[in-house]
Design a protein around this ligand. Structure first.
Ligand SMILES: [Zn+2]
Length: 230
């Protein structure tokens, strides 16, 4: 986790040896100040959010786009006591309250579905999936797939392109097409909204395996959407 409450302030660690307690679980947190990566807090006895993953500059830069109070918000399922920390939660107490999950590493379909089931109980949910070539070559496949010329549609003031996944296996894109949340991709600094099943139907879908529709949008539009603008 990048932020913790210490001396009445929510902030990243500033120095080696700093300690505080996690407001979610009461566990001891120690500061980690790596030379090459972002500074963060580590639970001494294991993170209270089992979905917690290592975070880097990409996560930090996105979290910093939102008010400090919206970053890393602990949520609990009152029925089961299950506890998770939303990367970003905007609009608490409004009908547009939105959880944004920032996904840099790959995630299994089961975990994707589990996170959606948890966060969507009481919120809208957005994924922002960082597409790159670090673990698999999704970046190349995605880049070669982009096509906003062959089959374009106007919907709600936005331009959608329908395209085919260019990789050997379409498992990656099919997994995100099945999401019950709103899925956005970031590729080389550009944001794309992946047409949901409902939107796909308005674009002539449902689409065949390997086919999908994207709508490019600006970072400002995306941030506004997380804040509840439609
Ligand atoms: Zn904790």
């Amino acid at each position: 986790m990048l932020y913790a409450w210490i001396d009445g302030v929510k902030r990243p660690p500033l120095a080696k040896g700093e300690r505080t307690t996690c407001r979610d679980c009461g566990g001891l947190l120690t500061s980690v100040i790596p030379a090459e990566n972002v500074r963060h807090w580590r639970h001494k006895a294991g993170d209270c959010d089992p979905w917690s993953e290592p975070e880097g500059p990409w996560h930090l830069a996105w979290k910093e786009q939102f008010d400090l109070s919206c970053r890393e918000v602990g949520l609990i399922d009152p029925a089961t006591g299950e506890r998770h920390r939303a990367d970003v939660l905007c609009g608490v107490g409004t009908p547009q309250a939105t959880v944004l999950e920032l996904q840099h590493s790959s995630i299994s379909e089961d975990e994707r579905a589990a996170r959606e089931a948890f966060y969507r109980q009481a919120h809208r949910m957005f994924w922002l999936v960082h597409i790159h070539n670090e673990a698999a070559f999704h970046g190349y496949s995605f880049g070669f797939s982009l096509d906003f010329r062959s089959r374009t549609y106007q919907l709600g003031g936005y331009t959608y392109g329908v395209m085919r996944w260019a990789g050997r296996s379409s498992q990656f894109i099919e997994k995100w097409k099945r999401s019950t949340a709103h899925v956005f991709f970031e590729f080389q600094g550009q944001i794309y909204y992946l047409a949901s099943e409902a939107v796909s139907r308005q674009l002539g879908g449902p689409f065949k395996k390997g086919e999908f529709a994207l709508c490019p949008l600006t970072r400002a539009d995306f941030i506004r959407a997380v804040h509840g603008a439609s």
